[in-house]
Design a protein. Structure first.
Length: 386
């Protein structure tokens, strides 16, 4: 009997304080009231997309950067190893240019980018703010122009937006023209600098050749000879012939003196010839190696040095000519071409905003966030009850 009375008192107490059923009803009511904020935000977004949001049209183009390297048709296997890598690097470089401030400033001049995206006809969330600084305009520009590079093929996909289909088409066309001009100017700048350097070296080698030639001609004129080496060889030959003749005459003198008197006319004449040849031989030897004047050997050594300088200057000039022609050919190889794989076309319908997709995404995201928050609060309450 006491147990029954105790249970009744406990039940009455729970009823007075609000039991689990009553708390569940109150909790459900509170949850529904708070969840209405999720529905309210989604409803506001629906009104925005239905009545306020401005349509944005997208024009897409696909391009490819190709070099003018002639080796691709001659050695395709080599092109697979080197040319493809070069084209991929060009694609990465032009893709970086598409996200640069330089292109944004160029688009301001070409298509009046800021004027189009900041006009009052666009909704306040989509348009560019009036008086935006350069950094804000660049961030907005990156949102309205996207470019992606395929790592395998090097194909670049360019997507440009606009509040009108005509502007998006004109925008993408201007971007492609600017990209081609950029990639060509980069290659031409490198080629121009290389050619300018080679031309400078060519002029320097031409001046060196002229100086070496003038020094050699002046030396030849001052010494009255055409070829010092040939002159020296000729003089050496004369000395050798005179020495041989002198040996022959001395031999003949010994033979005659063995049976003729020293005053014999034939012997006197022979001795006179020997004396004359000896005097002349002495003079010729002095010409070849003289300590008082410039000897023919020194002249020959100086001539050979000048001749070597002229030969070196001539070789250097020929090398510079070859290098110049090679640089001109390489400058053509450095030219790039932007091949349009898919031409930009005027879009038929707006691609952005994706109204239904955005609303569903917003609803799911807010619902998940709401559920997480309610779960956290419920966990906190349970810990408090304990």
């Amino acid at each position: 009997m006491d147990k029954i009375l105790s249970k009744l008192r406990h039940a009455v107490a729970r009823g007075q304080s609000g039991g689990p059923a009553i708390r569940d009803v109150r909790t459900s009511s509170v949850r529904f009231k708070s969840y209405r904020w999720v529905l309210f935000i989604v409803a506001l977004a629906a009104v925005y997309y239905a009545l306020i949001a401005s349509d944005r049209y997208v024009t897409e183009a696909r391009i490819y950067v190709k070099s003018s390297n002639a080796s691709s048709s001659v050695m395709p296997q080599l092109q697979m190893l080197t040319g493809a890598q070069g084209d991929s690097q060009d694609a990465v470089m032009i893709n970086a240019f598409f996200q640069s401030r330089d292109l944004m400033e160029l688009m301001e001049k070409e298509v009046s980018f800021s004027d189009h995206f900041s006009h009052s006809g666009a909704d306040f969330l989509s348009r560019l703010k009036d008086g935006a600084n350069a950094e804000d305009r660049l961030e907005y520009f990156k949102k309205r122009l996207s470019a992606s590079v395929s790592p395998d093929s090097g194909l670049i996909v360019v997507r440009g937006q606009g509040f009108t289909p005509e502007f998006s088409h004109k925008f993408v066309e201007a971007v492609i023209r600017a990209g081609e001009a950029f990639i060509n100017s980069t290659g031409q700048k490198i080629a121009t600098e290389e050619i300018a350097f080679v031309e400078k070296e060519l002029n320097r080698s031409r001046d060196a050749l002229a100086r070496a030639r003038d020094k050699l001609l002046s030396f030849q004129n001052d010494n009255g000879l055409l070829n010092a080496e040939a002159t020296g060889a000729s003089m050496q030959k004369v000395v050798s012939e005179m020495e041989a003749e002198l040996v022959r005459l001395h031999t003949e003198e010994k033979a005659l003196s063995s049976y003729l008197n020293s005053g014999a006319a034939e012997l006197v004449t022979l001795r006179s010839r020997i004396e004359a040849i000896e005097n002349q031989l002495k003079q010729e030897r002095q010409k070849l190696a003289s300590t008082d004047e410039t000897s023919i050997n020194e002249v020959n050594a100086t001539y050979q040095e000048l001749e070597m300088e002229l030969k070196f200057a001539t070789d250097l000039y020929q090398t510079s000519l070859v290098a110049l022609e090679k640089a001109r050919v390489e400058s053509y190889h450095k030219l790039k071409h932007v091949v349009v794989v898919q031409s930009p076309a005027i879009p038929d319908s707006a691609e952005y905003p994706r109204k239904l997709y955005d609303l569903i995404t917003l609803f799911v995201t807010l619902s998940l966030a709401y559920g997480v928050v309610m779960m956290i609060f419920a966990t906190i309450r349970e810990h408090r009850d304990v």
